[in-house]
Design a protein around this ligand. Structure first.
Ligand SMILES: Cc1cc2nc3c(=O)[nH]c(=O)nc-3n(C[C@H](O)[C@H](O)[C@H](O)COP(=O)(O)OP(=O)(O)OC[C@H]3O[C@@H](n4cnc5c(N)ncnc54)[C@H](O)[C@@H]3O)c2cc1C
Length: 362
């Protein structure tokens, strides 16, 4: 029979994305014993490469700002948005008070974050299978399987940073506001391609974004509602191609891209968990509230929230109070975001007679 290892810690973090790595790193830097559990089979390709300049604030707080500049990312020169009736609107990245945004290699970025957490003393575990999560004497016993071996980790608090997927504590229900889905394709950019801006353009059945990435790669994404997208892969590709043909700035970008990968769908709707925290657990990042990629803030915000949760937990004399403070702030931010999101989507709605925009016109 396989051996079971027992591991005592001050905090278990489930999920090794930006939110999970930031909270684990922040807690470890404050002297806590932290176990960070990431799935063995994490996604090989994860969207989220266009990073806004405010990322430098949580990076500085976590002592990672200088090392981040050495990651070989591209400078984000600004954006060009063809959204409503007027001509495309240009934003120059130089005008940001935080400096330029960046175009990252997401896999490299995440591996770097996990390595930084390990350097700070975080015990990183690759989990094949979750066995059970039970509360005992006010704390947690989390059992998982890794490389054929069972481990039971005990901790007074569990932080769920599992992204948009369901978590492991059983509090997963989210109130979703829409059913947005993103179909992404990656490819190589033509050597002649020099434009390092994020491009955004509305079309009849949704909208597109595109950007060049490090290593001469590029990403092209079509956003629509999941029930409006054809079911079959071939028909879906046809639908996306026909929408692409109606665009102007995105079509030009796509023409500069070769050897494109097959379209791959990712949920992209906005929603917030019905319950974000308990007295000894909290969900953070996309696990707590997920935002429309149009907001362009996911990675920077996940990192900032991870750092903030580490700060409130390590500085507060009462764990339940610290978790409640964070959860109240999360709900407030989400409510403000919804107002802004609705306002933004109402602008192009009159241009198109389609279900996608009718849903957003009201
Ligand atoms: C189509 C699309 C495009 C986007 N583009 C951008 C962009 O350009 N810029 C931007 O800033 N943001 C973007 N975002 C948002 C951004 O990617 C997320 O907000 C950000 O990744 C959230 O970080 P997180 O750490 O909360 O979750 P994630 O990054 O999703 O990380 C969660 C981690 O938890 C792990 N996990 C899940 N379940 C378990 C489990 N049971 N056990 C162990 N581990 C588990 C996963 O493997 C994953 O590594 C985009 C989102 C979408 C959908």
């Amino acid at each position: 029979m396989a051996k079971t290892t027992a591991l005592a810690s001050d905090a278990v973090v489930v999920g090794g994305g930006p939110a999970g790595c930031a909270v684990a790193l922040g807690l470890a830097q404050a002297g806590a014993r932290v176990v960070l559990c990431e799935r063995t089979r994490a996604l090989a390709q994860k969207p989220g490469e266009i990073v806004e300049p405010t990322i430098r604030m949580p990076l500085a707080e976590l002592g990672l700002a200088d090392a981040f500049e050495g990651l070989g990312s591209l400078m984000l020169a600004g954006s060009l948005t063809a959204w409503d009736d007027g001509p495309p609107v240009e934003f120059c990245g130089m005008l940001s008070a935080f400096g330029h945004g960046v175009l990252i290699d997401r896999c490299r970025f995440e591996a770097w974050l996990a390595a930084a957490a390990m350097d700070a003393g975080v015990h990183v575990m690759r989990v094949d299978r979750w066995l059970a999560s039970t509360t005992r004497q006010g704390g947690w016993e989390v059992a998982c399987e890794s490389g054929g071996q069972s481990t039971i980790v005990t901790a007074p608090v569990v932080i769920e940073a599992t992204g948009r997927g369901t978590g492991v504590l059983g509090h997963g229900r989210k109130d979703m506001q829409d059913r947005l889905v993103a179909f992404l394709t990656y490819g190589m950019m033509d050597c002649e391609w020099r434009d390092q801006r994020l491009l955004i353009e509305a079309c009849e059945h949704g909208w597109w974004y595109a950007a060049p990435l490090p290593g001469r790669r590029g990403v092209l994404a079509f956003m629509t509602d999941v029930d409006l997208a054809p079911q079959s892969i071939a028909k879906r590709q046809e639908h996306a191609d026909s929408q692409l043909a109606t665009t102007t700035i995105i079509r030009e970008f796509a023409a500069g891209m070769c050897s494109r990968s097959r379209l791959r769908g990712f949920p992209a709707g906005s929603g917030i968990r019905q319950v974000i925290h308990g007295t000894n657990w909290v969900s953070i990042g996309d696990a707590a509230a997920s935002y429309d990629p149009l907001s362009g803030r996911g990675v920077a915000v996940a990192l900032a929230k991870g750092a903030a949760v580490a700060r409130v937990i390590s500085r507060s004399s009462s764990l339940p109070k610290a978790l409640r403070t964070y959860a109240d702030a999360e709900r407030g931010t989400f409510s403000d975001y919804l107002t802004e999101q609705r306002r933004t989507y109402r602008r192009p709605a009159p241009r198109f007679a389609s279900t996608f925009w009718e849903r957003r016109a009201a």
